[in-house]
Design a protein around this ligand. Sequence first.
Ligand code: THU
Length: 134
Amino acid sequence: MENISEILYQKAKETRLNAYAPYSHYAVGAAIYTKSKKIYTGCNVENISFPCGTCAEAGAIAAMVAAGDNKIKAVLVVSDGKDLVYPCGACLQRIAEFGDNDTVIYLANMQEICKKHTLKDLLPYNFKEENIGK
Ligand code: THU
């Protein structure tokens, strides 16, 4: 997984260059590695109607699902803020839909990959299908 993280880092940085963030000026890139050993990327896409904007992770997940893939092994998120970007709560729930407790989440800035977490670290509890089971 360690050299995969470097590939994810390069791909996420590359995709971040296409971020559409004219309102926040905060460009984010994400790259997903799947069980089928494929990589999907996304960037944030903002909108003048602010709630319509989407996160980089959501874009990468949409690309993965559109390609017929759906088991997330790792996600890398990169931005260039003062503090490291952590996926928002909604994106953690999106990752949980297609990942598991051991799904790895790498956090990076423009210089390096700074942190490695599991989904369980960042979202110890999440809303699951069992919750709506009879
Ligand atoms: N953003 C992401 O794309 N991913 C995150 O994990 C956190 C926030 C975006 C949404 C918005 O376009 C910008 O960052 C500022 O909130």
